[in-house]
Design a protein. Structure first.
Length: 105
């Protein structure tokens, strides 16, 4: 049974990779051949990590508001002017902060 468990047994397909993984687990330094063998595994692990991260990443979905944001309606737009003229508020106390040049445009 011991013959099957050694690092250079016939059943081991990639001895440099196997010994490199053992050394990594123990915190030991790798040889040049072990580093080359480990690089092929390392790239696959990074790609799998990316796939997993993408699967669990929540996509940002814009929430639709029930009402339009009036902060973005220009004060001289047709809709806005119709609203103000229908209630006779073209330039009163409620619109005092607005410059007269903006009303003329």
């Amino acid at each position: 049974m011991k013959a099957r468990l050694v690092a250079n047994a016939a059943i081991v397909n990639y001895p440099n990779l196997e010994s490199g993984l053992v050394k990594l687990q123990r915190g030991e330094a790798l040889t040049a051949a072990e580093k080359v063998a480990y690089k092929s595994v390392e790239a696959v692990e990074e790609q799998r990590d990316l796939i997993v991260k993408e699967a669990f990443k929540r996509r940002k979905v814009a929430k639709l508001a029930a009402y339009e944001d009036v902060a973005f309606i220009p004060p001289t737009s047709n809709e806005c002017e119709r609203f103000f003229s229908s209630v006779k508020l073209v330039y009163t106390d409620l619109r005092k902060r607005m410059e007269p040049e903006k009303l003329e445009k």
